[in-house]
Design a protein around this ligand. Structure first.
Ligand code: OGA
Ligand code: MN
Length: 287
């Protein structure tokens, strides 16, 4: 690392905690580069005890590249529109996006023509139990596939669709409104390879978002679902997973091009949860 930064692996086959990095203010270029290298090497980085400072989160995130504005405009932060608010919190001008935390593995904004490169997720209010975020090493999962399966899925493309996700959410979170026509037109279905190569590391990984993929190109919906289920059964083995229990002040940064993640349940009638997400745009179509 650098003179000020330290790194310590998480209790999983991937992911690391980075110590000594202050997000606010002028992060020295050497520290920033070390952070980026660590992200590409470990796929998920945890930084603890980060002060709640939305402006600093946005400024630091922006250093990684242009930021996306979330497709669900109602849940953006009132003073920092680059921040997407997640959880059941509704006060102070914030209405966080609350989806029942059923398992829904995905990489962020896969429904975009150019999916996100990385996300930064900050724990502002965290329930004392539950509400973990689970991460999956999509590179390790790909590499552990039998050769025959790798050959079978090479070249296949999943069709990712925000409307498919929206309907999935409606089935699991009663009362959600259907997606309107304008948004449907703004986010038409887009095909991405099931196996993609990371633009920096070159590593191949599984790009599976079961609730977002309507089907695999050239396959029936039933056959597509069966193949995705088979691959997900492999990829969700415990050895590829890291479950993050949140502490207030945690900032977790994940590489959307080498990992998948999902929210998990918490007692939303008893506890509050408020998370701030900034999302770094990708720079090229998934290849
Ligand atoms: C997200 C997300 C997981 C969580 O905001 O992109 O997947 O634990 N969140 O809320
Ligand atoms: Mn996500």
């Amino acid at each position: 690392m650098t003179a000020t930064l330290g790194i310590r692996p998480l209790d999983a086959s991937f992911g690391a905690e980075l110590t000594g990095l202050r997000i606010a203010g002028d992060v020295p270029e050497a520290d920033f580069q070390a952070f980026l290298d660590a992200l590409h090497r470990h796929h998920v980085l945890l930084i603890r005890d980060v002060p709640n400072d939305p402006a600093a989160q946005v400024a630091f995130s922006r250093r990684m590249g242009p930021l996306e504005h979330h497709a669900a405009a109602s849940a953006v932060h009132p003073t920092h529109p680059e921040i997407f608010c997640v959880g059941n919190y509704a006060a102070d001008g914030i209405t966080a996006n609350f989806a029942r935390g059923v398992e829904q593995w995905h990489a962020d904004s896969s429904f975009r023509e150019v999916p996100s490169a990385a996300s930064l997720f900050y724990g502002a209010i965290c329930p004392p139990e539950g509400g973990e975020t689970w991460f999956l090493d999509a590179v390790g999962a790909y590499e552990a596939l039998p050769e025959a399966t790798r050959a079978r899925i090479a070249g296949l493309k999943g069709v990712h669709c925000l409307y498919t996700l929206s309907e999935w959410n409606r089935r699991h979170t009663p009362g959600r409104a259907p997606m309107d026509e304008a948004r449907r037109r703004a986010f038409p279905p887009v095909a991405h390879p099931l196996v993609r190569s990371h633009p920096v590391s070159g590593l191949k990984s599984l790009f599976l978002c079961p609730a977002v993929i309507s089907h695999i190109e050239g396959m029936s919906v039933e056959d597509s679902a069966a193949l995705i289920e088979e691959l997900m059964e492999h990829a969700t083995q415990e050895r590829f997973i890291y479950r993050h229990s949140w502490r207030v002040g945690d900032l977790v940064v994940w590489d959307n091009r080498s990992t998948l993640h999902t929210a998990s349940l918490f007692d939303h009638e008893k506890h509050q949860r408020l998370m701030f997400r900034t999302t770094v745009a990708g720079s090229a179509r998934a290849a």
